[in-house]
Structure formats: structure tokens, C-alpha cells
Design a protein around this ligand. Structure first.
Ligand code: UGA
Length: 347
């Protein structure tokens, strides 16, 4: 890629794999609203994107990358964004093989096809590739932070190791134009699911706490809730992708952290904040919303659970190469997410 993309160029079509997921549904909406491009979208699920199915600039294929024909079809488009993944820690232990297929085998096949066709592959990886970080670890640099994983018996790392191998594969393919995106705990409307309503199992922490607050159940603090995360609004994440589109020349051959380093909190602090936002949304005293309870990781998720204790992104590279900086505060991001959750699942 030696050019930047023009948003008013109606000859451009972008393939978005995983267009029906949390990030994909926001990206699809933004491309249709902010550009004149067409989108070829692939997903098994379309409930988040119903409003776009009749848009003449959107072609939807209900499928996944397990099918070689789908891989070939996607790779015919000049820009391919791959968001498809199994990415909820609740599944990394019991479904390790499926997790590795979805996060290594499928993207690897897509990368081979894009290398052949000359497409630019924007691959969504994860902040989890930084592995088992300590509570006092420094900010994570894309190109210099060393990586430590837990043992094979800690199958939590099935996902991160598969994602990391995919990154290495992309970087090693001589003919591929690639960019890797490492999301740091994106939050917003449509994140994950409510167990028993539109999904099963344990969703990520924001959806899990939102579910507990809506159902009047205690919020579970895994291993005391000491782990820290930088929660990042999905709207900032979408702005990042647009900065990348606009600076394609600077983004090819690079991995980027995408996160908001100003939004760092421990999971216990997150629970406190969400309880307080919930009380204000419902206009009740904080004492009237559910409290918290400490649980062990193995009891909660099953044998083989392990954790990263701190995930603080260095955000300098995205700023210097693409001019991107996340702007949305933790409070605003959480409030938007929880209001949406309460409204969407109003039971
Ligand atoms: C997950 C994925 O594995 C990453 O790939 C992904 O990039 C990341 O989410 C993300 O959303 O960006 P993680 O941050 O560990 O990683 O996922 P969560 O399930 O949201 O857990 C965050 C922390 O909250 C962990 O310490 C977990 O043990 C804790 N937790 C989770 C609770 O204390 N209670 C809960 O109910 C759920």
C-alpha cells in the first residue's frame, strides 16, 4: 500500500469478516455513514446489523472462514478487516481447540489468500498477546515488550498463544500487506451478551457486571478484582480504524495497541463505578443496587484459568504514525454501555 484511502471514493469495497459482532457492527455502521464505500460483510450472526441488511452498499454473507470458498471470496477485495474470533475467556479452557482454530487456522488461511491476491489485511489480534503481566508491569510497547505466558496446563493461554502465532505468521509472509490491531478492553453497546438471553456462558467483565446489575445479582470479583484493565470506548476504536484507513501507507507492516491509557482501573474499582452509575440511572440510593462478592478464578471459570494482572497500553505509536488518540473517558464509556444494556435487555 503506498496510498491513503479517500472516504468519498465510491469504487472502494471493504470486506469485513465478523461484521455482525460487537466491534464489527460498529465498524459497519461507521463505514456506511462516514464514507461512500461498499461493504462485503461475513458473519454467522446478523442480529446486531439488521438495520443495514437492506442497504444497497452492503452485501451480507452468512458464513465463516472455516469454508475455503469464503476465504477465497473475501480475499478478492482490496481491503480486508478480520474481526472474527472466539474472544471470551470463559471459553478458553473448555474449548481450547476450537479457540485455536478460530484464532489461528482461519486467519492463517485468510492471510495466505490475501498474500496471493495482494489485499491489505487488517487483522484484529488482542492485548492478551502480552501474556501473563504482573500487577506492576510497565506500559506495553508493541515492538519491544517481552512476553511471558503461563504453562500449557493453564489453558487460559490457548487464545493468546494462537493470536500471537497468527501475528508472527502475518509478519513472516513476505507478500502480505498486513496491519495488526491489539484491542485493550473495548466497551460499548452490543458488547458480548446477556447469558440465557442471547448467549450462553460467561461474557467479559463489562457484560457480566451489567447482567448482574440488571438481574439484581452480586457482582463477582475474580481473585478479589485486583487485575487492572484500561477500558476503551468502541467509538474510539472505530476512530482508530478510520485513522488507519486515512494513513494506510504508515499503517502497513505495523502492530498497534488501541486503548485508552487514562482509563485504567482495577476490576474491583470497575464494580464500584458501575454500581454507582447503575444507582444514578435507576435513581435509587447506591445501597439498593447489588453488592460484590469475591470468587476464585478456578471456581468461577474452571481449571486452567490464569490472568494478566495489568494491561496498560503504550499509545505513542498510534499517535505518532496515525495521529490517533483515544478521547472518551472511563465514566462516559461505562455510562453509555450500561444505559444501553439496561435499555436493550429491559426485562
Ligand atoms: C478478554 C480477552 O481475552 C481479550 O482477548 C480481549 O482483548 C479483552 O477481553 C478485551 O475485552 O479487550 P480480559 O480482559 O481478561 O480479556 O477479559 P474479561 O473477561 O473482561 O476479564 C477482565 C478481568 O475481570 C479479569 O481479571 C477477570 O478475571 C475479571 N472478571 C471477569 C471478574 O472479576 N468478574 C467477572 O465477572 C468477569
Amino acid at each position: 500500500m503506498n496510498t491513503s484511502l479517500k472516504f468519498d471514493d465510491s469504487s472502494i469495497t471493504v470486506a469485513v469478516v465478523g461484521c455482525g459482532g460487537f466491534i464489527g457492527s460498529h465498524l459497519l455502521k461507521a463505514i456506511l455513514e462516514r464514507t461512500r464505500w461498499r461493504v462485503f460483510g461475513v458473519d454467522l450472526d446478523s442480529y446486531r446489523i439488521q438495520e443495514h441488511l437492506s442497504n444497497p452498499r452492503f452485501d451480507f454473507l452468512s458464513a465463516d472462514l472455516a469454508c475455503p470458498d469464503v476465504v477465497e471470496r473475501v480475499a478478492r477485495f482490496p481491503i480486508v478487516v478480520n474481526l472474527a474470533a472466539i474472544c471470551t475467556p470463559g471459553r478458553y479452557m473448555a474449548e481450547a481447540v476450537e479457540v485455536i482454530r478460530s484464532n489461528y487456522d482461519h486467519p492463517r488461511a485468510l492471510a495466505d489468500a490475501c498474500a496471493k491476491s495482494g489485499s491489505w489485511l487488517i487483522h484484529f489480534s488482542t492485548s492478551e498477546i502480552y501474556g501473563r503481566t504482573a500487577i506492576d508491569s510497565a506500559s506495553l510497547e508493541e515492538d519491544s515488550t517481552p512476553i511471558v505466558f503461563g504453562p500449557v496446563s493453564a489453558s487460559r493461554w490457548s487464545y493468546a498463544t494462537a493470536k500471537l502465532l497468527t501475528e508472527r505468521y502475518l509478519a513472516g509472509l513476505a507478500d502480505l500487506n498486513w496491519t495488526v490491531v491489539r484491542p485493550f478492553n473495548f466497551v460499548g453497546p452490543y458488547m458480548d451478551f446477556m447469558p440465557g438471553i442471547d448467549g450462553e456462558g460467561i461474557p467479559r467483565v463489562l457484560a457480566n457486571f451489567s447482567t448482574a446489575l440488571v438481574r439484581g445479582e452480586t457482582l463477582k470479583l475474580v481473585n478479589g478484582g485486583v487485575a487492572k484493565r484500561c477500558f476503551t470506548s468502541v467509538h474510539d476504536a472505530i476512530d482508530f480504524i478510520f485513522c488507519l484507513f486515512a494513513h494506510a501507507d504508515a499503517g502497513v507492516g505495523q502492530a498497534f495497541n488501541v486503548g485508552n491509557a487514562d482509563n485504567e482501573v482495577s476490576v474491583a474499582e470497575l464494580a464500584c463505578l458501575m454500581r454507582s452509575i447503575c444507582a444514578s440511572i435507576k435513581d435509587v440510593p447506591e445501597g439498593d443496587v447489588p453488592g460484590v462478592e469475591v470468587v476464585s478464578g478456578e471456581d468461577y471459570y474452571g481449571k486452567g484459568y490464569d490472568d494478566s494482572l495489568r494491561r496498560l497500553p503504550s499509545v505513542a505509536k498510534a499517535e505518532s504514525l496515525l495521529g490517533f488518540k483515544a478521547k472518551i473517558s472511563l465514566k462516559d464509556a461505562l455510562e453509555e454501555s450500561l444505559r444501553w444494556f439496561v435499555g436493550h435487555y429491559a426485562l
